[in-house]
Design a protein. Sequence first.
Length: 103
Amino acid sequence: MLNLALGGVLLLGLLHQVVTMPTITISPIPPIQGQQCTIDYDGPLPASVTVSFKPSSIADMNLTIGASGQVEFTVPDNGETMKVTDDAGLADADTAHIDEPQS
């Protein structure tokens, strides 16, 4: 009976590890056109992410997040919104409205 109970505790511990999903975080919020933006990823590294923009005429960016868990890029000057997707499908996508620079 004790073995069964210990096995159940071990199984629950393993399930907790499997269910915990990595997260993608964009900063600053909101990103600013023409300025640097950082993507943080707390999952297994290295990781590949795709940044897609609206309007759709802006080409997607395929970025690799290295050992630091971060990658920086310049927000396109005409971007309106962006979406960061984990290419491995481990993390939910993060989205943001992009602001124009302040004069």
